[in-house]
Design a protein around this ligand. Structure first.
Ligand code: PLP
Length: 369
């Protein structure tokens, strides 16, 4: 893992555009490749994949993009524990745990139950094995109480600094602003044609807010189809607008040199960046595997790509559903280029699992999982 970088190439395409840049760690292996995926093409659609699954030898996916900004700046840049929240199979908690461990920093995690799958169990096993301290929470609505209880009644000797779910702070969004600029450079270089549509999964909204802003700054006209993994109460247009506003404000504060005039809405409009929110793949709710997600996971596995059924397999399921219907509707549909952004870390973490993890785990894992 390399550490800080300011001003060199490793600092990424956003850094040099900021008049007063916050610090940024250079942990991720960027840019991630864009690759053709002929196995996803339909009659009128040509598909490409953004390989964020290969963004780190430690733990890739989209999380490391955000964390290399968030962990480099106050209030997270000291040696205090970090307190955060996530489900039993949370990729955010896992990424935090794996990135904090080499720094000898503690992770305190409020962990709510989500439907059990083998993938969820493996993530929990790695989280426990990493030494993270877990506080079990029955369900997402009880997180507020759990936080209060952590602060008042079960306050540890050295309490953690709270980090929002998914590291989707305003600064966390910078990781995906940078990702938008990175893609723009790849299009300019001819690595792929400008996509007409990008499919991206959304949860805590930091990735999509950042990407929309990054594409607008780079003036890449494109439609971003956001496939949410959480219910309407947890992700909707209002929440996305709030995240866009917060990230936009932070970019302006950091002195974005060539910022378009106006607020985030004006930026997106002027650049021709549009988006739609798709709740159609959630099934029974957050983390519940759907038949369409399981089928997409199996097809991706046949092509060497490891997905999971909470986020990325649902996103791929939406792409396959929409692009197939579009082709089926009329042979005269104009052809288009589509980019599927794979945000799931492809790392094999089995070697990190302590054989005795169940004995140390405060969450009861049902037999057979
Ligand atoms: C694999 C994966 N992809 C995408 C997302 C969604 O990112 P965001 O929370 O920034 O919307 C998550 C969130 O945890 C995730 O784990």
């Amino acid at each position: 893992m390399t550490s800080d970088s300011a001003g060199d190439d490793a600092a990424g395409p956003l850094y040099s555009r900021l008049g007063s840049p916050p610090r940024r760690l250079s942990w991720a292996a960027l840019p991630t490749a864009v690759e053709r995926a002929p196995w996803l093409d339909t009659g009128t659609t040509t598909v490409w994949i953004k390989r964020d699954d290969r963004s780190s030898a430690i733990y890739g996916g989209g999380k490391i993009r955000k964390l290399q900004w968030v962990l480099a700046n106050p209030p997270y840049d000291d040696d205090a524990p970090v307190l955060s929240v996530g489900g039993t199979g949370s990729h955010h908690l896992l990424a935090l745990a794996l990135l904090l461990a080499p720094l000898r920093r503690e992770l305190h995690a409020l962990v709510f139950e989500q439907p059990w799958t083998e993938h969820v169990r493996t993530n929990l096993a790695v989280l426990v094995s990493s030494g993270a301290q877990l506080w079990p929470v029955k369900s997402r609505p009880q997180l507020g109480w759990a936080w209060l209880s952590y602060q008042i009644w079960r306050r540890p000797a050295r309490p953690g600094t709270y980090m929002a779910a998914g590291a989707s702070t305003a600064l966390g969004c910078f990781g995906f602003v940078e990702a938008g600029l990175e893609l723009a450079a790849q299009i300019d270089r001819g690595d792929m044609p400008r996509p007409d549509v990008i499919y991206l999964t959304a949860g805590s909204a930091g990735s999509c807010a950042g990407l929309l802003l990054g594409l607008a700054i780079a003036r890449v006209p494109v439609h971003v189809h956001l496939v949410t993994s959480v219910e309407r109460w947890a992700f909707n247009t209002v929440m996305l607008q709030r995240k866009l506003l917060a990230a936009h404000g932070e970019l302006v504060r950091a002195g974005l040199v060539d910022a378009p005039a106006g607020g985030p809405g004006r930026w997106l409009y002027a650049a021709g960046v549009t988006f739609a929110i798709d709740h159609g793949e959630i099934g029974r709710g957050y983390g519940s595997p759907t038949p369409a997600a399981l089928a997409s996971l199996a097809i991706a596995a046949e092509h060497g790509i490891a997905l999971e059924t909470t986020y990325t397999a649902k996103c791929l399921a939406a792409l396959r559903r929409i692009e197939a219907v579009r082709t089926g509707a009329s042979r005269n549909e104009p052809s288009r280029n589509v980019l599927w952004w794979n945000t799931h870390a492809g790392n094999d973490l089995s070697a990190r699992i302590d054989p005795d993890w169940r004995a140390r785990c405060p969450i009861v894992v049902p037999p057979g999982v």
